[in-house]
Structure formats: structure tokens, C-alpha cells
Design a protein around this ligand. Structure first.
Ligand code: FCB
Length: 458
């Protein structure tokens, strides 16, 4: 598809880009910001590739005006960023840090002046350390803290922000952060981490209520979803895949959209979790899906020397009732993630089929490709694999829309190369190249391709 070919998407389709606070802001000790779980984790030896941290990241805290100029030139309608909770409330509770609000005031006002809709996430994994020290997302108290924080933001920004996202990918914080310890806070609770899922969902529900009470409109969530493929037709693999699917997909969508927890997981949820379902299922205006690639799952190996499987190239703990298996036969991104655009169409049509009328309009809140291509001798960044990935995934999205799925917008991950969590700066997802030594930004070929695409679709 040349960038100028129509995808047949609705005329008011929203084109955007996404980022998150800890991945781009830097300035971790400036403006009264309190430390977070990710500061502590990244500074613990051995936790991130090369010991990388978000201390400086893209220095966006100081360079936001330049980044907004890049977005304006790109022609996006909307920008998804996240508030750093610990800039607003340095310890996650109590008095508001005025300097934190001022930073986001400037950002929001500059976006509005550039004609770009601010579409913030309230929480993208950077838990204030003071709350983490009290148990973080295992502590049931945190959903109340989150509601207070949401209230502060709603009261302050409701009149300027058209679209809100409560939390980002609770599944990843639950499983990688508290289940297997690959992300902050590095806990290994196994299925005990389902308390985290519950508290995140309850925080979302209470956050929705707080934002609504403050007059905020158009509230949604950004959930990571992916089709789960069983490694074979054998019963054991099918059962392992069903359990993993319940954990990775249904656990985070069923309570929100159907007001119930998946029966397979009820035994692992905290006592009384069901009593909170009415709060969790508070109506939302739209549903955000982050999608990158499908997942393949098998039963745990009976071979005691076999490895239990990997996520993002890192080995998981053994002892889990499933095992991740590499998907063969497809190209891979630099992260090793398989490129399977048809799985995106299947995911979207599958969502429509499963949730029917309970599903509000969908926005794709993240999708993108790790491609390490840097500037060539002429300074150009020919990231053809990112262009190919994005084109194919947008065609897959358009196919779902043609099949009747109501998708209203697409936010590419990411505006610029940034701190990719445990992978540090080793994985580049940006439409704009970041030189982390000089902080120079260089738009890549994919940036110009996306610019042309946006122009031609509107
Ligand atoms: C998602 C995260 C986002 C980014 C992309 C590559 O899981 O939400 O912050 O790291 O993956």
C-alpha cells in the first residue's frame, strides 16, 4: 500500500502517537518529582540491559516544545502521553506538587496551541516509591490513592483534555512486574499477583468515577491484548493456552465489559474480589487496545532440563502451568516479536464477537515495531521494516473495520526512540530517532511515511 492509498477508515478517524512518562521525560529529580518503582528497579544492578535507567531518557521534560513541533509537522490529531503520578503527588498521596501540575499545564497548552488533542494516561507503571514500599499494587489501599490522584487531575484538566486513559496494560504490570519479576517492582508472586490485577482494575473503576465527578469526558483504558495460539491440538497444550488466554486477555476485559471474572481464574483472586465488580465495570466511553504480536503457549515441559519459555527474550520462572513457545515461520522485529498482521484482524473481530453490544468504540492505543536502523552516512534513517510493519498492521486494522468493527483511532508506539523498560535503550520503537548522547532527534523514513498516510486519509 503506498501511503496515499485510502484505507477506507471513517473520515474522522483519529491519528496519533504514544509515549509514557518514565520512558521519555528524564529530569527524575527535578520539579519536585518523587522517586518511583522504576527509578529503584532500573538502579538495581542486573535489572535492565546495560544497567540503563530513565534518569535522562529523551530529556522530554526540557525538550517537550521540540517534540510537540515534531508532532505538529507529522500531522497527528492526538498525542497519548502519561502523567507521572509522582510529579503530581510525590509520595502518591496528600498535597499536590504545584510544579508538577505546571509542567503538564505547559505541555497540554502547547499541544492545544498546536491543534493536537492531549490524550493522557494517568498511570503507565511508574508507581510512586512511597506507595510501592507499602506493598504497591498488592495493597488494596492503592485504588483509593489512585482515585484521589485521578480527582486532582480531573479537577485541574477536565476542561482542556478531551480523551482520558486510566491505566496502561495492567496485564504487564501484573505478570512481568509482580508475577515473574522482569519489570519493576521485580516481585515473583506467581499467581499471587492476581491481587495486583484486581487492584489495578478497581483503581481503573474508581478512577473513572473520580474523573466523571470532575467533569472529564471520553474515558477509556489501554489494555494489551493478543490472540493466544496453542502449540498443538493436544489437550495439555489446549488447556495451557486456555488458561493463558484467560490470564492475558479475559481477566482484563471481562470484568470491565461483562462485569465478571473468568471462572478459570476465580480461585486465584483475592477473597471478596467479586464484590467490587460493579465498581470495576463503571461504563467507559471507549476501549483502548495495545497490540504487537500473537502469543503461542504450550503445556509445561515434562523434560526437567527444558527451559520454561520466554517473554521478550528473557526466561520465565519454571513452575507455571504454561510455557511460552516461539512462533516460527514469520518475520520478526528486532525484539524478536513475530510479525503477524492477520492476528490483529482476528483480535479485533474476535473482540467484537465476544463482547457484542457491551463493547464501546475501540481505539488502538499502541502498535509499533522495534527496528534498530539508525542514520546512514547522509543522515537519513531508512527504517523500512518499521514502514512495512505499520503498513501491514494498518491494512489488517482496515480489514477489521471493513468487517464491521468500530475502530475510531490509531496511536502509533512511539513518537521517538525511548527507554524500553527492562530492555533499556537497546530497542528502538520511534518514528523519530533519538541520539541518546546528544539528544538530537531525526525523523526516520517511517515518520515521513506516516505523515503522508495521515495527509492522504483525511
Ligand atoms: C508496551 C508498553 C509500552 C512500550 C511498548 C513497546 O507493552 O505499554 O510502554 O514499552 O510495549
Amino acid at each position: 500500500m503506498p501511503a496515499s492509498e485510502s484505507l477506507g477508515l471513517p473520515p474522522d478517524f483519529v491519528w496519533g502517537v504514544s509515549t509514557a512518562s518514565y520512558q521519555i521525560e528524564g529530569a527524575v529529580t527535578e520539579g519536585g518529582r518523587g522517586p518511583t518503582s522504576w527509578d529503584a528497579f532500573a538502579h538495581t544492578p542486573g535489572r535492565t540491559v546495560n544497567g540503563d535507567t530513565g534518569d535522562v531518557a529523551c530529556d522530554h521534560y526540557h525538550r517537550y516544545a521540540e517534540d510537540i513541533a515534531l508532532m505538529k509537522e507529522l500531522g497527528v490529531d492526538a498525542y497519548r502521553f502519561s502523567f507521572a503520578w509522582s510529579r503530581i503527588q510525590p509520595t502518591g498521596r496528600g498535597p499536590v506538587n504545584a510544579e508538577g501540575l505546571t509542567f503538564y499545564d505547559r505541555l497540554v497548552d502547547a499541544l492545544l496551541a498546536a491543534g493536537i488533542e492531549p490524550s493522557p494516561t494517568l498511570f503507565h507503571w511508574d508507581t510512586p516509591l512511597a506507595l510501592e514500599d507499602e506493598g504497591g499494587w498488592v495493597n488494596p489501599d492503592i485504588s483509593k490513592r489512585f482515585a484521589d490522584y485521578a480527582n486532582v487531575l480531573g479537577e485541574h484538566f477536565a476542561d482542556r483534555i478531551p480523551r482520558w486513559i486510566t491505566v496502561n496494560e495492567p496485564v504487564v504490570l501484573t505478570t512481568l512486574g509482580y508475577g515473574v519479576g522482569m519489570h519493576a517492582p521485580g516481585k515473583r508472586l506467581g499467581f499471587g499477583s492476581l491481587a495486583v490485577a484486581h487492584n489495578l482494575l478497581l483503581a481503573h473503576g474508581r478512577g473513572v468515577a473520580a474523573l466523571r465527578a470532575a467533569g472529564a469526558g471520553q474515558i477509556g483504558i489501554a489494555n494489551n491484548h493478543a490472540p493466544v495460539w496453542a502449540a498443538s491440538d493436544h489437550d495439555e497444550d489446549q488447556q495451557a493456552a486456555a488458561l493463558y488466554n484467560a490470564l492475558a486477555n479475559d481477566l482484563f476485559a471481562d470484568p470491565l465489559l461483562l462485569g465478571r471474572y473468568p471462572a478459570l481464574l476465580e480461585p486465584y483472586l483475592p477473597d471478596g474480589a467479586g464484590d467490587a465488580l460493579a465498581e470495576i465495570a463503571a461504563p467507559i466511553d471507549w476501549y483502548g487496545i495495545n497490540h504487537y504480536n500473537p502469543t503461542m503457549v504450550a503445556a509445561p515441559s515434562t523434560d526437567p532440563t527444558a527451559l520454561p519459555g520466554s517473554v521478550d527474550g528473557q526466561q520465565l520462572d519454571s513452575g507455571l502451568p504454561f510455557r511460552m513457545v516461539e512462533i516460527e515461520g514469520y518475520p520478526r522485529t528486532d525484539f524478536g516479536w513475530p510479525v503477524v498482521p492477520s492476528a490483529f484482524t482476528d483480535l479485533l473481530t474476535g473482540f467484537r464477537d465476544r463482547y457484542g453490544d457491551a463493547l464501546p468504540p475501540i481505539y488502538i492505543t499502541e502498535n509499533g515495531c522495534s527496528d534498530a536502523t539508525g542514520p546512514d552516512a547522509t543522515g537519513r534513517v531508512p527504517d523500512t521494516r518499521r514502514v512495512g510493519y505499520t503498513r501491514a498492521y494498518l491494512e489488517a486494522l482496515a480489514e477489521a473495520v471493513a468487517a464491521g468493527v468500530d475502530v475510531r483511532g490509531y496511536f502509533h508506539w512511539s513518537l521517538l526512540d525511548n527507554f524500553e523498560w527492562a530492555a533499556g535503550y537497546s530497542q528502538r520503537f520511534g518514528l523519530v530517532h533519538t541520539d541518546f548522547e546528544t539528544q538530537q532527534r531525526t525523523p526516520k523514513d517511517s515518520y515521513y511515511w506516516y505523515q503522508e498516510l495521515i495527509r492522504s486519509q483525511s
